[in-house]
Design a protein around this ligand. Structure first.
Ligand code: TGC
Ligand code: FAD
Length: 390
């Protein structure tokens, strides 16, 4: 049973609107009823729970900030963050599916697509009738996507795409892939590749110890004919995919707090119930130190992220500010999962509690969307003006 209770130490809810709280409570109730009871089983079987797609769409998790004219709910950035936090409180893989659909598929089509592309894809992506994935990473180019080898050539009335991507969330079941590849002039562009195009396949990658309830795959392109109308014309260069990452990384900054809150809540409850040496373990100073530090770190992350949300709403958040929040919050969440796992003793390694699953999931989150160290270097570059990537 999902016994989660929210902890709001600095009364952050007072900063939210009534609508934001209603949206959060509705999603939380849905997740507690339909997703929490099944997530451990899907995680163990390394299967994606397709049946939740409809519910996630219904509660606004696919493209929360996409305007209503394109089928989205037209919500603000703080509500988008709150939704990601609720999803990741249950499982980072569930949040991943929504992050990719929203920020890495709908966002580039909305921002850089033609009006025809927006009308063709966005409404179906918002309802989950169509699912998408985002192909940037290649076998030899992860942190350095600018070196990518995937290419497309102009063949008159269409393009021909060749190359491969790996570690792509949602790839095995995606109907559309937003794929980043270079043209003959070495300039990076986004292309919308559809399932069923000849020469395109998306085999599943198996054997993950992390994010097991999320499907990950490769994208393989062998002379794939892509219609010219599938190019995203609005922006080219590495800045185009990186700007989509800004939106997804912002969602992760909120999401990671959700995983941390779940672990803290579980550890607090367990420590009051578990008796050792004739006392609840919560009465020992060492346990209190862990719990006190956890709620302090969660509260700091909540404040950082709320302010970032205000800046995003005003269009003033910088990429470097987003990097700082993603890096800080994911590390904070990982540390809290580890401490919470210890408070649960041996029970912490069992699937009766969520700490170990959250911890394993966050090992992917700390690497994808820019590794922990890449985000540190982004902050370093921002404050010194000197890039130290190479
Ligand atoms: P650099 O020369 O610094 O920049 C190239 C151009 O991009 C611009 N730019 C950005 N634009 C928008 N947003 C950002 N965040 C931007 N960062 C840079 C920059 O101004 C420049 O523009 P221009 O006009 O001068 O050309 O590029 P670099 O090659 O030195 O690389 C910089 C670095 C290392 C920071 C960047 O490559 C990077 O962020 N690497 C990490 C790669 C990454 O995050 N991959 C994520 C793949 S997708 C994923 O993981 C999804 S997981 C999904 C899930 O399941 O949730
Ligand atoms: P590398 O870039 O090879 O890095 C290896 C190590 O070297 C890291 O510790 C890194 O910090 C360090 N390093 C690299 N360069 C430097 C440097 N200049 N200075 C100091 N240290 C450095 N990608 C997508 O495109 N779409 C997706 O949907 C997607 N989903 C993913 C899902 C999962 C579960 C995972 C695990 C990954 C996913 N990724 C996706 C890929 C992810 O973005 C990459 O794994 C990530 O960007 C890091 O690339 P890499 O794994 O090749 O590591």
């Amino acid at each position: 049973m999902d016994r989660f209770q929210s902890h709001d130490y600095y009364l952050m809810d007072e900063l939210l609107t009534e609508e934001q709280i209603l949206i959060r409570e509705a999603l939380r109730a849905y997740l507690k009823k339909e997703v929490s009871p099944i997530i451990e089983d899907y995680y163990e079987r390394a299967a994606f729970p397709y049946q939740i797609i409809e519910g996630l769409a219904q509660y606004g998790c696919f493209g929360p900030y996409i305007p209503e004219e394109y089928g989205g709910p037209g919500l603000d950035q703080i509500t988008y963050g709150i939704l990601m936090q609720e999803l990741e409180r249950v499982d980072s893989g569930v949040r991943s599916t929504a992050s990719v659909q929203s920020s890495l598929v709908m966002y580039p089509i909305w921002k850089y697509g033609t009006e025809e592309q927006r009308r063709k894809y966005l409404p179906k992506l918002a309802t989950g009738e169509m699912m998408g994935c985002f192909g940037l990473t290649e076998p030899d180019f992860g942190s350095n996507p600018g070196g990518m080898l995937s290419r497309f050539e102009d063949q008159g009335d269409h393009y021909v795409l060749n190359g491969s991507k790996m570690w792509i969330s949602n790839a095995p079941f995606a109907d559309v892939a937003v794929v980043w590849a270079k043209d003959e002039a070495d300039r990076i562009h986004g292309l919308i590749v559809e399932k069923g195009m000849e020469g395109f396949s998306a085999p599943e990658m198996k054997g993950k110890h992390s994010l097991r309830a999320s499907a990950t795959g490769e994208l393989l392109f062998s002379n794939v004919k892509v219609p010219k109308e599938n190019l995203l014309p609005g922006r080219s260069g590495l800045g185009a995919p990186l700007s989509c990452l800004d939106s997804a990384r912002y969602g992760i900054a909120w999401g990671a707090i959700g995983a941390a809150m779940d672990c803290y809540d579980s550890a607090l409850r367990y420590s009051k119930e578990r008796i050792q040496f004739d006392k609840p373990i919560a009465s020992f100073q060492l346990i209190q130190k862990k719990l006190a530090e956890m709620i302090t770190e969660i509260t700091k992350a909540q404040l950082l992220t709320f302010r970032l949300g205000q800046l995003r709403n005003e269009g003033r958040a910088t990429s470097a500010q987003i990097s700082m929040a993603k890096r800080n919050n994911v590390e904070m969440a990982l540390n809290i999962c580890r401490e919470a796992r210890q408070i649960h003793g041996a029970m912490g390694v069992s699937n009766e509690y969520s700490c170990m699953r959250h911890m394993a999931n966050l090992e992917s989150v700390v690497t994808y969307e820019g590794t922990h160290d890449i985000h540190l270097l982004i902050t370093g570059m921002d404050i010194t003006g000197i890039p130290a990537f190479q």
